[in-house]
Write a protein that binds this ligand. Sequence first.
Ligand code: PLP
Length: 439
Amino acid sequence: MTHILHRLIRHDYPRAATARGLYIHDRDGKAYLDASGGAAVSCLGHGHPDVLAAMHAQLDTLAYAHTSFFTTDVAEALADDLIAHAPPGMSHVYLVSGGSEAIEAALKLARQYFVEKGEKQRRHFIARRQSYHGNTLGALAVGGNEWRRKQFAPLLIETHHVSPCFEYRGKRDDETAEQYGQRLADELDAKIRALGPDTVIAFVAETVVGATAGAVPPVPGYFRKVREVCDRHGVLLILDEVMSGMGRTGTLHACTQDGVSPDLMTIAKGLGGGYAAIGAVLVGGKVIDAISAGSGLFQHGHTYIGHPVSCAAALAVQRVIRRDKLLDNVVQQGALLRRRLQERFANHHHVGDIRGRGLFQAIELVADRAEKRPFDPALKLNARIKAEAMARGLLVYPMGGTIDGVHGDHVLLAPPFIVQPQDIETIVERLGGAVDAAI
Ligand code: PLP
């Protein structure tokens, strides 16, 4: 009998008891190789001594001080560290407790930017149909996942959605990747013009799409074109790197690989690596300047923003990543993971696509590979694969979803940055077994 309201109320969850490195052990002693880092959270693996020591030391000195009274050394140090390694143009950090909170804060910062500039008529957000930005009402409103939105739809602020950048399903055979990216940028441009350019606040997008579609990178040049469209109309660009950021794709921020800097960027998950609940908004200088020259007050705030112990964890995670040159390992092991997935599923009738960047890779499952025909959603393939993987001692992140009327099933892999070649072999072997058993 449980009194916890679990995600699935009638599901019998195993109890996680201990964890070290890549493995989580349940109460019965079964070991699970954490090949998805939870949901792309655990970037250093579990029980890292440096992170634990930093958190203990912070608890010993100062566990909590409310941010309306104080700032703290550790929060200042984390913000300095994040800005020192941020994409060009970022000047401040707003520290929150997770991804959804970061998105809420980013949406409000964007709106306040225009209010401070005397453009109160700007009220529209544009996002993409294939996106997940979190589960609070503002984040859910910009997200494009119909299944998550539908029962809460009457409570959501009006948001406008355009096509995702999803090469596997969206690019036509008669166009190049470049033309596809241009077509999508033109669609965004047309949407802004239709709404009235001076009514639009921001375009919100995940740099590499995570939960709704499974590690979908943009086609080359897409985000540069999007940036141009936003600049043409004075619309802000908000990039959501809650899942794809903080090293997951091989660079600290995924957007640097696309040659763009956003005006606001959300990060979370890998920021604290699962050691503490922490997220952040990296805020561009022009947004800060407008608010600073205006009211000087960001009208927002939660009790646990800038929590010292969370900041200590995040700072330690960032330092370990740099000291141990773990982003090099992300690139190397990411390439190995991709190659081994391609070898294992090369002739697999039900694997339609293998995609991703760095240690953020996914396979897309289809009923028929040649026709890209999806499985019937009623099969609940994602739940079956998850169960088969767990039975084999493997944690992966399978999701199913419907975008533009087309169902998609994919399995996301996001192992910790410390993963080694022998672990990749185990992951691919167990995943292969789970996929074959589930279909
Ligand atoms: N944005 C993206 C891209 C995400 O993947 C997620 C979570 O999966 C969120 C926002 C919400 O983050 P959180 O679950 O920490 O609220």
